[in-house]
Design a protein around this ligand. Structure first.
Ligand code: PRX
Length: 650
């Protein structure tokens, strides 16, 4: 029996037009941006690029040699100049760039002038350590102000950064450092997490033990610890900064100069180093940050509650907000320390007007209850954003009512590490939203849903594709142009395949339906099934493993692992814990399976392919569909029996 590629169960009827009092002062109130972009999308993007400061104008807006794009060719600019100097030169040096709050309650205020000073000094520190244009610097840090400083310092001198999320393991860090032959690592002694200091330097040391290209390590002191420092290789941030020259002019960079690498999970075990460059990237992150959030930079207090280690933080904590001269809040820790109202207390104290976060956080807050937000005055909020995974209508409505007081537009923003910036989203003063729909492509963007044959779907489900290049698109996968073509541009001719299912409703609204490949989405983070399988099989007791994502109320998807042990090893809860811990060491705590189901066999087709769809059905407790292609039908009954009794970790 043929099954539909994308199943579509849900029909949402509610619609929320922009509140009139919001629309009155919104930056965009009509469709003119859309009309202008439709007429000539390249001219439209050129207009947006002109909002940046270029030291040399571009000759050609776009060179498109499918699938390789170059934007604003011949133009030169410096990202850190655009994010810092130009605001200071325009007399806005005293404006706050970041209200930073540490988890223990300490805080720091950094103005644009402060940030520029720090960035110039650190750029000189990097130069002093031998970093030059074209080098790559690895950054592995908690959410402290030194993290954006390090990124901007790299941009200032033309070194690419490769930020590795602080929650990743030493193995994951080592793999990423080696893939890009990073020369310097910037890290910290640790960070604060749920009320306790958590060391980071030990992980960094383990990673570097197998990373021969690292010549120097710079360590920020955050938890007042005394980690071992290797003489000649390791340096304290504060010591280097003390002696650093405060003057480091921004060097003009070609528009296509590599700005950063950011690794993301794909369908194989090896993460992909996504490449982002300078002019096009900054153009689109600045444009989207301004218009999607209706940013009034003089008055808004903006808070993106992501971690800078993910693309959301790169584009919407660092580059977009700073390019626009915004005032941001940056928070180091967890939402439940010292209590479950930490976020609402932050919003009240700083007067946050724009909040951007992930559905998984919203669902957690729903679970905790409305008493926490109710205890605070959230009246300053005027725009709410969502990112990272489909937001279920129930969570959308809860967010709208309990956080936004029923009067804040909710912008559900679809994009990816690869797209660099928001692609599909409402404009809050123009678009009538529907809970759970990311609505329409932004001006300048063209997205279409297609069926298996690549034919456009005007109503119903299919695959999300992008039909023309966009300025902040990935320029490739580091060191692997073939994989770039294969992953994104081979499934449908002349289209970028995002890997997401989507449907179009009667009114043309887009509804994202989750990944269609072997990538799970856990708390808004992409985790590859293959990567987790490889980590499990890497354990000496494991013969075979199959990993699937199952729907989960809080995290969107939860990781469920089916594991066959080598003979001589007995399944037990304790052994399940050992394997979970093993995955956490190999990849990071985010990839730790929620449930491990031990089984003597995995269901396979006669050609030996593991039947994942069937395992997903088991994991989600559904009735099993057609099992006639199974080599051994008895296996399934056994697995169902085991699944029903498998312990699950909260
Ligand atoms: O499946 C989509 C989901 O997150 C994937 C991209 O993950 P990542 O590269 O880690 O970037 C996350 C932050 C941009 C997408 O392929 N996704 C992201 N935003 C949404 C979403 N799914 C539905 N609705 C969204 N708003």
């Amino acid at each position: 029996m043929a099954e539909p590629t994308i199943e579509d169960y849900y029909l949402e009827e509610r619609s929320f037009p922009p509140p009139p009092e919001f629309a009155e002062t919104a930056l965009v109130r009509d469709r003119s941006l859309y009309d202008q972009a439709e007429k000539d999308y390249q001219a439209f993007w050129a207009d947006q690029a002109a909002a940046l400061t270029w030291t040399k104008p571009w000759d050609t807006v776009l060179e498109w040699d499918l699938p390789f794009a170059k934007w604003f060719v011949g133009g030169q600019l410096n990202v850190s100049y655009n994010c810092l100097d130009r605001h200071v030169e325009a007399g806005r040096g005293d404006r706050v760039a970041y209200h930073w709050e540490g988890e223990p309650g300490d805080s720091r205020t950094l103005t644009y002038a402060d940030l520029l000073d720090q960035v110039q000094r650190f750029a000189n520190v990097l130069k002093g350590l031998g970093v030059t244009k074209g080098d790559t610097v690895a950054i592995y840090m908690p959410m402290v102000p030194e993290l954006p400083v390090a990124m901007l310092a790299c941009a200032r001198i033309g070194a690419a950064h490769s930020v590795v999320f602080g929650g990743f393991s030493s193995d994951a860090l080592r793999g990423r450092i080696n893939d890009a032959s990073c020369k310097v690592l910037v890290t910290a002694d640790g960070g604060w997490r749920r009320g306790a200091p958590v060391g980071l330097k030990g992980n960094a040391d383990e990673a570097i033990a197998g990373a021969p290209t690292i010549e120097h390590v710079v360590v920020v002191r955050r938890i007042e610890s005394e980690p071992p420092m290797t003489e000649g290789r390791d340096h304290w941030w504060h010591e280097l900064m003390q002696g650093a020259d405060p003057d480091c002019p921004a060097e003009p960079m070609d528009s296509e100069q590599l700005l950063y690498l950011l690794y993301t999970s794909g369908t194989t075990a090896k993460p992909k180093g996504i490449m982002h460059t300078t002019g096009g990237y900054l153009t689109q992150v600045a444009f989207t940050h301004k218009y999607v959030f209706d940013l009034h930079a003089e008055t808004d207090i903006y808070w993106c509650a992501a971690d800078i280690g993910w693309v959301t933080g790169h584009s919407y904590i660092v580059y977009g907000p700073l390019a626009n001269g915004a005032t941001s809040v940056m928070y180091e820790g967890t939402p439940d320390f010292p209590d479950k109202d930490r976020w609402w207390s932050i919003i009240e104290r700083y007067g946050v007007t724009i909040l951007y976060c992930a559905p998984t956080a919203i669902r957690t807050f729903m679970k905790w209850g409305t008493q926490y937000p109710e205890a605070h005055d959230l009246g300053s909020l005027r725009v709410l954003g969502s990112v990272g995974e489909p937001i279920n209508p129930e969570a959308w409505i809860w967010y709208h009512e309990n956080i936004g007081g029923g009067h804040c537009p909710v912008v559900d923003t679809w994009w990816q590490t690869e797209t660099g910036a928001i692609m599909i989203s409402p404009l809050p003063g123009v678009t009538a939203t529907k809970p759970g729909s990311a609505t329409f492509p932004l001006p300048g963007i063209s997205a279409e849903v297609v069926d298996d044959a690549g034919t456009k779907v005007t109503k119903g489900g299919g695959y999300l594709t992008l039909t023309r290049p966009w300025p902040s698109m990935l320029r490739g996968i580091y060191g692997d142009p073939e994989r770039y073509k294969e992953t994104y541009w081979s499934r449908f001719p002349d289209r970028y395949f995002a890997g997401d299912g989507a449907k179009v409703d009667d009114e043309g609204y887009l509804w994202l339906l989750g990944r269609v490949d072997d990538v799970m989405n856990v708390s808004g983070h992409r985790v590859s099934t293959t990567e987790v399988e490889s980590a499990l099989v890497d354990h000496a007791t494991v013969a075979e493993a199959a990993v699937v994502g199952a729907k989960d109320e809080t995290t969107g998807q939860a990781i469920i692992a089916f594991v066959t042990l080598r003979t001589g090893n007995e399944p037990s809860d304790a052994h399940g814990q050992v394997l979970r811990a093993h995955v956490a060491t190999r990849i990071g705590p985010i990839a730790r399976p929620k449930t491990i189901i031990f089984t003597d066999d995995l269901p396979k087709t006669r050609s030996g392919k593991i039947m994942r769809r069937l395992l997903r059905d088991v994991a989600e407790g559904r009735d099993l569909g057609d099992t006639t292609t199974l080599a051994d039908a008895g296996v399934v009954d056994e697995i169902k029996r085991r699944a029903a009794t498998a312990p699950t970790e909260e």
